[in-house]
Write a protein that binds this ligand. Structure first.
Ligand SMILES: [Zn+2]
Length: 216
């Protein structure tokens, strides 16, 4: 994509004059930065898109903010959400830095958007939707993580069935990624695996449950 230095209108790569304002186009292809590369880099490493576009300082600030919020978030949950928001915001900064690197001095996403052709508008909308989906789902899963213990049916099952002292059994395996690897949950989700690791009689209530479902 090439943009008029004067008015920001999107132009074809081989245009000599701007179709909107008539400004002569300087083709500074040596510093041409690809917006898609910048966005993909930003997706994986916050701030890397800005660094790619030549704004290393801003890119590093975004990256450090993202990491710092994530670390603080281990102790204060809301910072995890801030970390996700920094990730999302970094795409906007990467867009601006790419435009500046390509010679467009004053990028404004919403006004620029109006000057794009229909295909680029659709692509931009899709990219924004994807970023928003990741942002919302990321924030949602982080916000619901803390209240998980009261809403998760597996946890209810475990709590209501466990008798004092048996909670130490949860240290034995990572079969369920440490989410909830109590024998009761395992038996409920994967009875075959349960029988591979526990003997008949270890948990009478589970044995009864599984027998009633046809396992032995
Ligand atoms: Zn122009």
């Amino acid at each position: 994509m090439v943009f008029c230095e004067n008015c920001g209108t999107e132009l074809k790569d081989d245009d000599v004059f701007c179709s909107n304002c008539g400004n002569k186009i300087r083709h500074t292809s040596k510093s041409h930065k690809n917006i898609y590369i910048a966005l993909i880099l930003t997706f994986f490493i916050t701030g890397l898109g800005s660094i790619y576009a030549g704004n290393a300082k801003k890119g590093l600030i975004l990256l450090i903010a993202r990491l710092a919020f994530a670390v603080i978030g281990v102790f204060i949950g809301i910072f995890l959400v801030l970390s996700v928001l920094v990730w999302a915001y970094a795409f906007y900064e990467a867009y601006k830095d790419v435009q500046i690197a390509n010679g467009y001095s004053n990028p404004k996403l919403i006004e620029d958007f109006k000057g794009w052709d229909q295909n680029n508008k659709i692509i931009a909308i899709l990219i924004i939707i994807i970023i928003l989906m990741f942002t919302v789902s990321g924030c949602y899963s982080l916000l619901t993580m803390n209240s998980h213990t009261s809403s998760d049916p597996d946890t209810h099952y475990y709590v209501s069935h466990s008798t004092g002292g048996s909670s130490s059994g949860s240290s034995s395996s990572s079969h369920y990624g440490g989410v909830d690897d109590s024998p009761h949950t395992i038996a409920k989700n994967d009875p075959d695996w349960y029988y591979d690791h526990y003997d008949y009689g270890d948990y009478d209530d589970i044995d009864e449950d599984l027998e009633s479902q046809g396992y032995d």
